[in-house]
Design a protein around this ligand. Structure first.
Ligand SMILES: Nc1ncnc2c1ncn2[C@@H]1O[C@H](COP(=O)(O)OP(=O)(O)O)[C@@H](O)[C@H]1O
Ligand SMILES: [Mg+2]
Length: 221
């Protein structure tokens, strides 16, 4: 993934002034920066949800310059949004995770296949959610909900995983175990990762390096 001299924002509100960044396949990088620095905006640019004013965005060797490419790129990316709205679904954990495969092998009137079920089961295993497979999502702890959100993002077998402040609403024990969870995902799926960290967490432990977003520019941390 490569960003070259990217400027982006919302209308006249410039958030990213000039961002240069490169992430190698399989690499994991932590993104630091104060509240409002533009970290989530950076993710939106990478997913093609915001079109930069200037500069180039290239993901997996493709430049995001057409609607078709942006759609393709989005399918290669697993996104775990900042917590809050998630986890209120009145459905079992395994179904919530299965929803992540919607639009891959099943969609519309197609039904999930045995393969879909197998991938969901493997993912539950990987994230230590197997015992909770039949539990109602609404009854989970913050840490468990977070794992469900991560599971839902990775059942699509993305090549890049974006995690937006995954530790924010976690209790201490869930926060402390998150690096191990992410390390296991890296090991099993061999994907690249960008993880937004608020600095006081231990996410740099799983990262190969860290960058900081400051005044619209990305620098080594
Ligand atoms: N949809 C939007 N419309 C206008 N301004 C926005 C929007 N989303 C975010 N912003 C502004 O962009 C800046 C960066 O936001 P954001 O990327 O969410 O920062 P961070 O994730 O680092 O906290 C903030 O000043 C925020 O108010
Ligand atoms: Mg944010």
């Amino acid at each position: 993934m490569k960003l070259k001299a990217v400027a982006a924002g919302y209308g006249r509100r410039v958030v990213l002034r000039r961002v240069d960044f490169e992430l190698a396949e399989g690499e994991c990088c932590a993104v630091l920066g104060e509240n409002g620095a533009g970290k989530t905006t950076l993710f939106k640019v990478i997913m093609g949800l915001i079109h930069p004013y200037r500069g180039e965005v290239e993901v997996f060797g493709r430049r995001m310059d057409s609607r078709h490419t942006r759609q393709w790129v989005r399918r290669q990316i697993g996104y775990v949004p900042q917590a809050g709205s998630d986890g209120r679904l009145p459905i079992p954990v395994q179904d919530a995770v299965l929803l992540g495969r919607w639009g891959t092998s099943f969609a519309g009137f197609k039904r999930p296949t045995a393969e879909d079920r197998r991938i969901v089961w493997e993912t539950l295993e990987l994230l230590g959610l197997r015992e909770l497979a039949s539990a109602d999502c609404r009854e989970l702890s913050g840490g468990q909900k977070q794992r469900v959100a991560i599971a839902r993002a990775i059942v699509r077998k993305p090549r890049l995983l974006l995690l937006d402040e995954p530790t924010t609403y976690l209790d201490a024990s869930a926060r402390d175990s998150l690096p191990d969870v992410l390390a296991a995902i890296r090991r099993e799926l061999g994907l690249s990762m960008l993880v937004i960290s608020h600095g006081a967490d231990n996410l740099q432990q799983v990262s190969d390096r860290a960058v900081v977003l400051k005044e619209g520019v990305l620098e080594p941390a």
